[in-house]
Ligand binder design. Structure first.
Ligand code: G6P
Length: 437
């Protein structure tokens, strides 16, 4: 094993951090982490302190020699880091609440990564991530950036297009899909391989292999059975119509519900707001109880209750990726990378979510070819919206922003697009004041 590693986590006060710490400790034999830096902002100080104490207890229990630092000074954490993990949320869960509720007033899906909610989140995040990237270029030019911040595909493309930072975008859904299939078949997930085509939160499963043999047809038959629990906690429990899946001939991502059963999802969201609050409201309640647990001085492991959040397998995805780079493993990971001809009918300069061979020199996507006509339209529709969003965040032009939100497939009426944009700009003024006519 080679040199000791410095890892910096931006958004270190997140309730997800114990998951990450567990992932690092689990891989102690392959990942020689010597310094773990947790960074947050002033508003997150209280949470950061609680996370710091828990992290130190977890490290102490492991007996490992990992030094844990917390700081509000991002530059100090990034300086000479080997890996920077971004998992921050600009404006916190209160901003997410607005992203979810404002579109709903116009009968448009309100969600943190899709539709106008995802657009607003991207507009708040892109200026911040690009600042972080300038700091990485200056203070740790060799570092790898592993980005979890949503909307992960858009954020990764903004970084790739507007900085020189080596970046991987990461999401837990592809790994979760593989684990769900393994559970359904009651086999070890190592025996499963899943082929994807598409984008983050817009990824179709075109094949599933068990020990190298395709079992897609068998999985399709089981797909809408109640025992198949596609990772839906954070999204919806609605089961797909099996005839839809058969006509598609592929499996879907949980997020496809927003596009194919939009009216049903809209009604479900409204009902949920009436009864249980929007997802951001539910998550705030969950977070409150999680942090109460984290405060317990006897707690020195990741508590099971964290599984109530949507980020299952988050640390496995992130830390196994870091290990694949560090140990030059050349193994398959599903990540957000530059298309560069992998999907031939999606722009080459787009970020896609694909299986890649990952090693010391980065990620080499496994060639896919053309996305089927059944799905190519939707993928490209979403990609155009994503590109227009990045353009708007970089130009700060109101007109670019208006065009981007209009280009979102979930927004069908120009007057709604404009009204939602105007409301979002007012609601998020502290973060979106840079958008001007
Ligand atoms: C899924 C997605 C993540 C998202 C999460 C939301 O796992 O892959 O991108 O952040 O759900 O979970 P939450 O508990 O915050 O609603």
């Amino acid at each position: 094993m080679s040199k000791a590693l410095k890892i910096a986590v931006i958004g270190g006060g997140s309730s997800y951090t114990p998951e990450l710490v567990e992932g690092i400790l689990k891989r102690k034999d392959e990942l020689p982490v010597s310094e773990l830096w947790l960074v947050d902002i002033e508003e997150g100080k209280q949470k950061l302190d609680i996370i710091e104490a828990l992290t130190k207890r977890m490290v102490k229990k492991s007996g490992l020699d990992i030094r844990v630092f917390t700081t509000l000074n991002r530059r100090e954490a990034i300086h000479n880091a080997d890996f920077v993990i971004t998992q921050f949320r600009v404006g916190g869960l209160k901003a997410r609440e607005k992203d979810e509720l404002i579109p709903l007033k116009y009968d448009v899906i309100g969600q943190e990564t899709t539709g106008p909610g995802g657009f607003a989140k991207a507009m708040r995040t892109i200026p911040v991530i690009l600042d972080i990237c300038s700091e990485i270029e200056e203070l740790a030019p060799e570092a790898w950036l592993v980005n979890f911040t949503n909307p992960a595909g858009i954020i990764t493309e903004a970084v790739k297009t507007h900085s020189n930072v080596k970046v991987f975008g990461l999401c837990n859904v592809p790994l979760g899909t593989k684990m769900d299939i393994a559970k359904l078949l009651k086999v070890d997930s190592k025996r499963i391989r899943v082929d994807f085509v598409g984008l983050n939160h817009m990824n179709f499963i075109t094949n599933v292999y068990l020990d190298g043999y395709s079992i897609l047809d068998e999985i399709i038959e089981k797909y809408s059975a109640p025992e198949y629990h596609e990772q839906v906690e954070a999204i919806s429990d609605i089961v797909w119509d099996i005839d839809f899946i058969k006509s598609l001939g592929m499996l879907t991502s949980p997020y496809h519900r927003y596009y194919y059963i939009t009216k049903t999802m809209l009604e479900e969201e409204k009902e949920s707001v009436r009864t249980n609050g929007s997802r951001a409201m539910q998550v705030q309640r969950l977070e409150k109880s999680l942090f109460e647990l984290y405060k317990d001085e006897d707690l020195n492991v990741k508590p099971k209750e964290l599984e109530g959040r949507g980020g299952a397998y988050y640390s496995d995805a992130a830390i196994s990726l870091i290990s694949a780079i560090h140990n030059d493993k050349n193994e398959i990971h599903t990540i957000n990378v530059l298309n560069n001809g992998t999907i031939t009918n999606v722009p080459s300069d787009a970020i896609i979510e694909a299986n890649c061979i990952v090693g010391r020199n980065g990620a080499e996507p496994i060639h896919i070819g053309a996305a089927d006509t059944k799905i190519a339209g939707l993928i490209n529709y979403v990609k155009s919206y994503e590109k227009l969003t990045i353009k708007a965040a970089v130009s700060g032009s109101y007109y670019d922003a208006l065009m981007a939100i209009n280009a979102n497939p979930l927004v069908n009426e120009y007057s709604d697009a404009k009204a939602i944009l105007d409301e979002l700009l007012i609601a998020h003024k502290p973060y979106l004041d840079y958008v001007k006519k």
